[in-house]
Design a binder for this molecule. Structure first.
Ligand SMILES: [Zn+2]
Length: 291
């Protein structure tokens, strides 16, 4: 199978394992996986309650940072903001205080829980569940873009559904981070579990892409956007760390506690190490701005 890089069109080469590919020119990386959302076998892999406990504190703290950035952008308030892959609605709950919001969630079970909280949410995929003419002031992907197979189509659809001067926010794990690079080095030595875990191999919706700042900005800017701002976010918090380690695979409790201890020792160092999560704010370039 010949696959071309979606960023620079170079031929992708074999990566570190048989399901991994890498672009030799722009360093874009991808997997051969495809999502199996709403497939009950895939869900048996994930303890959703553990996942929720493991991520809630960190994600909500990070979302508060993002919402402060969004407030400073002065986006139009006449149309809603759209959260693609809103999951449990944590971002929507916080953003709802400032903006009109809409979420899209493909996983039926999670959608039903989020809907029950009284949030505006639709079940399905972006942009299929939108009317052709629906417009938004901002479209955000919180740990979502890397799971969507056709990333180019998705970026073009965001452009179509944004008002003039609208903003696309991409909150995403990057391949230049400390944890990703450590996992890749271990994988070269035959220890592939951390690498598999970062790509969420065997999960209902594994990672299909791994970008870094330069190739992501290049891809989005070549499709009608201009980078406004970017910043990093912490990828670890001590609250819920044990549940987060355990949710994807049911490891030996001793192994889990050893990993928690190692990660807690590392936490003070993380501020000086390359971040594993970055957030990018892109402004839609209007047709009239191009001249
Ligand atoms: Zn490339």
């Amino acid at each position: 199978m010949t696959v071309l890089c979606p960023v620079c069109s170079s031929l992708l080469l074999d990566g570190l394992v048989d399901w991994h590919k890498k672009c030799p020119d722009c360093h874009y990386e991808c997997s051969i996986w495809s999502p199996s959302i709403n497939d009950s076998d895939a869900h048996a892999m994930v303890d959703e309650t553990g996942r929720s406990i493991g991520l809630t504190t960190l994600r909500k703290a990070n979302f508060r940072i993002i919402i402060e950035q969004i407030k400073a952008l002065n986006i139009p308030k006449s149309v809603p903001i759209l959260d693609v892959g809103c999951a449990h609605g944590w971002f929507l709950e916080l953003a709802d205080k400032e903006f009109e919001t809409l979420g899209i969630e493909p996983d039926l079970n999670i959608y039903q829980q989020t809907k029950a909280k009284g949030l505006q949410v639709r079940n399905g995929f972006f942009p299929d569940v939108l009317d052709g003419g629906e417009q938004f002031s901002l479209v955000i992907f919180n740990d979502v873009l890397e799971h969507i197979p056709d990333v180019l189509f998705t970026i073009k659809a965001v452009h179509k559904h944004l008002v003039n001067d609208g903003v696309m926010v991409v909150n995403i794990p990057v391949s230049t981070g400390f944890f990703y690079n450590t996992a890749a080095k271990l994988c070269k030595f035959g220890i592939s579990n951390p690498f598999d875990r970062l790509w969420q191999v065997g999960f209902p919706s594994p990672h299909i892409h791994y970008f870094r700042a330069d190739n992501l900005v290049s891809l989005v800017e070549s499709n009608g956007f201009k980078l406004l701002n970017k910043h990093t976010l912490p990828s670890l918090s001590s609250d819920g760390m044990k549940e987060r380690i355990a949710y994807g695979h049911k490891p030996n409790p001793i192994v889990t506690w050893v990993m928690v201890l190692i990660l807690r020792l590392f936490m003070p160092l993380l501020v000086v190490l390359p971040a594993d999560i970055e957030v990018f704010y892109f402004k839609k370039v209007n047709a009239t701005d191009k001249e």
